[in-house]
Design a protein around this ligand. Structure first.
Ligand code: ADP
Ligand code: ADP
Length: 228
């Protein structure tokens, strides 16, 4: 079932002689429940593609449809996780994760239930009362993931989320996100320049060329041999 449809999308930054063509004629469908990794060299337009899907940037040509409706700005249906987590430093871990459910005016008990469920999913039960600046990089990133998931977004867009972490933490985070994906039937769109990471995580890999970013290959990954 198709969730997001990108149609003949191009993106140009700036105007005339100073312009940069970042994306060229991108067409792609993201199906419900997929784990897509977008792979490509630095500067090829991966972040730009993610920002267009998120609604932060408007494409110069073409469009992004979500369930048939054109994306025209960010909203909580498309949750974003960046390389450096942007958390609210004046809020505790609990308050960060509760933020979305509170905006929806859910009953207190349900907010608490959602919060505790996703904190457990990211192995942070027991850290709820901490402030996020007290946590390690990997833990911060896990708070950011829990905060996004607590909104029950239709798709989670991740822009090199583990790129700043040390190797061991990264490996733990890769396992964690795979498990969350499997257990919650989440749809994930994940950007990386790391071939190993893409092959490890994705069930479908989209490969982009160097700038201007075009899709040069899409392939399915058979992960029956992978151990999780
Ligand atoms: P990637 O995520 O693959 O590293 P980006 O999407 O960040 O690639 O960038 C693609 C191209 O667009 C690069 O040439 C980059 O310099 C350019 N670019 C990105 N953001 C902007 C911007 N806000 N203004 C002008 N050029 C930009
Ligand atoms: P739908 O598209 O399913 O009809 P809406 O986008 O209309 O849902 O959202 C329903 C209401 O819930 C809106 O008022 C929206 O602002 C609010 N909402 C839900 N979750 C959040 C959130 N995490 N942050 C901000 N507002 C939210």
């Amino acid at each position: 079932e198709s969730l997001i449809k990108i149609e003949n999308m191009s993106l140009e930054y700036g105007e005339s002689i100073n312009s940069t063509l970042a994306l060229k004629n991108i067409s792609l469908e993201i199906n419900k429940g997929e784990f897509i990794c977008v792979l490509g060299p630095s500067g090829c337009g991966k972040s730009s593609l993610l920002k267009c899907i998120a609604g932060y940037v408007k494409p110069t040509a073409g469009r992004v449809l979500m369930q048939g409706k054109e994306v025209d700005g960010p909203d909580w249906h498309r949750g974003v996780v960046f390389q450096s987590p942007t958390l609210y430093p004046w809020m505790t871990v609990n308050e960060n994760v509760e933020f979305g459910p509170k905006m929806r005016d859910l009953p207190k008990a349900e907010i608490k239930e959602i919060r505790d469920f996703f904190l457990d999913e990211v192995n942070l039960s027991g850290f709820g009362e901490n402030y996020t600046f007290e946590l390690s990089g990997g833990m911060k990133q896990r708070v950011a993931i829990a905060r996004v998931l607590a909104n029950y977004p239709q798709v989670v867009l991740m822009d090199e989320p583990f790129g700043a972490l040390d190797a061991l933490t990264r490996e733990n985070m890769q396992n964690l996100i795979r498990n969350i994906w499997k257990e919650n039937n989440t749809t994930i769109f994940f950007i990386t320049h790391d071939v190993d990471e893409a092959l490890l995580l994705a069930n479908r890999v989209v490969v982009m060329s160097k700038q201007p970013g075009e899709i040069i290959k899409i392939f399915n990954v058979d992960f029956t041999n992978q151990i999780f």
